[in-house]
Design a protein around this ligand. Sequence first.
Ligand code: IMP
Ligand code: MG
Length: 176
Amino acid sequence: MKEKVKIFLTEQEVDERIAEIAKQISTDYAGKEVHLICILKGSVFFMCELAKRITVPVSMDFMSVSSYGNDTKSSGVVRIVKDLDEPLDGKDVLVVEDIIDSGRTLSYLMEILGRRNPRSLRLCTLLDKPERRVKQVEVDYTCFNIPDEFVVGYGLDYAQKYRNLPFIGIVEFVEE
Ligand code: IMP
Ligand code: MG
């Protein structure tokens, strides 16, 4: 099977929506500093574009988790591959994720981070597939709700490919 990528959200559509969310975050965090946590690697592009547009002071940290699963499904068992550099005590923490699918990864992660005494803890995602939810997770900022399709680009991969696409595309599998 070979795969083909069809444009689903253009670069302009994504950038415009990120600007709107950044404005909302800047309003909600007025007078505070927001500590952004990027969940590697998928969230890198989104985090950069979001951070550039937030007008309150921003600090950043990075975390990498892996779920024991295959390419298109997460198992719910999450392993911290790279932990944060800084403690979260007293910080207004905003987790930045690329996509929420079953919700397993994020429900586990939010629980772990919540135990590290942040002053507040919220979640921002570029994409959400609400139809696929298995584990409930509270999402504070969503750029786009999308249907149950496998998407790539803007940081998202299929077998580590396509992260660099400037748009979000749907993967279609075709017979060779
Ligand atoms: P969850 O634990 O099922 O919510 O899985 C979330 C993770 O699965 C995301 O952070 C992605 O790494 C991956 N994922 C889920 N759906 C997609 C998709 O459509 N394209 C690329 N990665 C996806
Ligand atoms: Mg991810």
